[in-house]
Design a protein around this ligand. Structure first.
Ligand SMILES: [Zn+2]
Length: 320
């Protein structure tokens, strides 16, 4: 049976570079999450088309990763929409601290935006003429939030729960706890009686129990050896770069990886032996970065090709 949403809700399922967006209509209009910066014009076009002549009144973010709030600035300049962000990130956004906001650490882009209100666990909201609770969802991001509509059993889960897994547990890469928080977030979701989940990425789904079982199993796998989380992070970062740039010159990849602090942290956790086995796919790489980054680039390329997430064409690494 196809999943049904109330008539006041619409989901724009995006590719993986941009998070999904949830548009609410009714007495008021609101959008949850705005996608990645390079897709901002597309996000605006989707909102405009769906709202017809109505303006967007409100904008909210589940968390402030670049793929969830990269369209905020354009939406704000277009609609002057009232914007609510997780309260714990307020100081960083007010001063636009790109280090604390993760954009520098991940080498990702986000246009500066501002905010009018704060969201915190325990808040109640009206979106699409329905009542929503705001819940804490630490793990992937320490300040991430869930939105839950108890009357309809609808959960907007951000990157805390996908149909198959969840977002990278970033805090662990920086030596901060994340696995325990991610587990507590899954435990919380399990208590909600959610019947429909709108994830930050991928399609909407109704088999919440199945998704939770897969998420617990993945969390067990990652948390039992932190190297696995680090390896996953490197693969995800390279895949994100490919989605963003479409193609990367093979010789450039070690230098690009060396410029991304999160990758450096992950490499430290992986240890050299993790990727020493992969035979170099690229003989002649730009040798400016250290040999460790050349080995890491070769490992990442081999891993993504094995997973059919990338392919090589001549001198280029391409998205697959
Ligand atoms: Zn995220």
């Amino acid at each position: 049976m196809a999943l049904q949403l109330p008539a006041t809700m619409q989901v724009f399922e995006r590719g993986w570079l941009s998070s999904n967006n949830v548009l609410f209509t009714g007495a008021d209009t609101a959008l949850v999450d705005s996608g990645y910066l390079t897709h901002a014009p597309q996000t605006l076009a989707l909102v405009r088309h769906a709202l017809d002549e109505r303006p967007l009144a409100r904008l909210l973010n589940t968390h402030l990763h670049s793929d969830h709030c990269g369209g905020n600035a354009l939406l704000q300049s277009t609609y002057a929409c009232h914007t609510a962000i997780p309260a714990a990130d307020a100081v960083k956004v007010a001063s636009w601290d790109e280090d604390a906001l993760s954009y520098r650490a991940t080498g990702q882009q986000c246009a500066r935006f501002n905010f009018d209100a704060l969201l915190a666990p325990g808040d109640s909201l009206t979106l699409g003429d329905l009542s929503w609770e705001v819940l804490a969802a630490p793990g992937h991001d320490p300040h991430a939030l869930l939105l839950f509509c108890a009357s309809h059993g609808i959960l907007v889960s951000g990157d805390a729960l996908w149909e198959n897994g969840f977002g990278v547990i970033f805090p662990e890469l920086a030596g901060e706890p994340g696995f325990i928080e991610a587990r507590a977030t899954l435990d919380l979701i399990a208590t909600l009686d959610a019947r429909v989940v709108i994830p930050g990425h991928g399609r909407m789904f109704g088999d919440v129990g199945g998704a939770l079982a897969r998420a617990y199993s993945r969390l067990d796998y990652l948390s039992s050896d932190p190297r696995r989380n680090a390896e996953n992070a490197v693969k995800v970062m390279v895949k994100f770069l490919l989605l963003e740039r479409q193609r990367i010159a093979l010789v450039e990849l070690p230098g690009v990886l060396a410029s991304i602090p999160v990758v450096g942290s992950a490499m430290g956790l992986m240890g050299g032996e993790a990727f020493a086995d992969d035979r170099p796919l690229v003989e002649r790489m730009n040798s400016t970065p250290s040999p460790a980054y050349i080995a890491l680039a070769n490992w990442a390329i081999a891993s993504l090709i094995r997973a059919r997430a990338a392919r090589i064409d001549g001198e280029w690494l391409l998205d697959a």
